[in-house]
Design a protein around this ligand. Structure first.
Ligand code: ATP
Length: 212
């Protein structure tokens, strides 16, 4: 088992957004979190990623409770991709390299060939030399996806991470992620998408978020 979550609850301003959430993620899993707007899908992904505190229950990664992990190391394994990612102000190449300067990624090595290959797979080999601060929303999502893949997490949490992409690039991103899972059978992906057709394409299992 890659990750397990038991009896999670989240409150916001004394309102219980969700409770009793249970989840098991095994290597190779492709899970889609479903629920209407405001039901707490983003809050759930943020909790799984260790970006928001655990109110109740337990999350374990590779058999170790979240509390026993150094959080930077945990978050490098369970990586959250928001809909509007931080892109930075350097060139796209600079921004793809930047996380490798952090101590938590010291054992990882920036692979420019992989970056170029994945940008080409996403139809944007030209992106490397552009300035990240001027990227469109979709281009920013391309940067964020490639940056995340380069860091090689075990579990990728995609929060509407293709919502700003055109249909062709969306399909290319789905294919890239499918191949990424094949290349690393120990990996898994959790998607939040409002598009039921995309959900059917990318997920093998649903996790409904039920309000309250
Ligand atoms: N920092 C915050 N402070 C107060 N309320 C918040 C905060 N973050 C989220 N909420 C509230 O928690 C609820 C769940 O938000 P969340 O963003 O997780 O929903 P969602 O299911 O991802 O929605 P959508 O599908 O629209 O993206 C919403 O009612 C939202 O207003």
């Amino acid at each position: 088992m890659l990750l397990s979550a038991t009896d999670l609850r989240r409150t916001v301003a004394d309102r219980v957004v969700w409770s009793g959430v249970e989840l098991t993620v095994n290597p190779g899993d492709r899970v889609a979190v479903t629920g209407p707007s405001g039901s707490g899908k983003t809050l759930l992904l943020r909790t799984l990623a260790g970006l928001d505190p655990l109110e109740t229950g337990e999350i374990t990664l590779a058999g170790r409770p979240q509390a026993q992990w150094a959080m930077p190391a945990y978050r490098s394994q369970v990586m959250y991709l928001p809909q509007r990612p931080f892109v930075g102000t350097g060139t796209v190449l600079d921004e793809l390299k930047r996380p490798f300067q952090f101590k938590v990624h010291a054992a990882r090595r920036f692979e420019q060939d992989a970056a170029a290959r994945w940008l080409t797979a996403l139809h944007r080999p030209d992106l490397l030399q552009l300035n990240a601060s001027t990227l469109s929303g979709g281009e920013g999502q391309v940067l964020a996806l490639v940056r995340a893949l380069l860091l090689n997490p075990a579990l990728l949490l995609l929060d509407e991470a293709t919502a700003s992409l055109d249909p062709e690039t969306t399909h290319a991103a789905e294919a890239l992620l499918a191949q990424w899972l094949i290349d690393g059978p120990e990996r898994a992906v959790i998607w939040v998408t409002h598009d039921p057709v995309q959900r059917a394409r990318v997920a093998t299992r649903l996790l409904p978020v039920v309000p309250g």
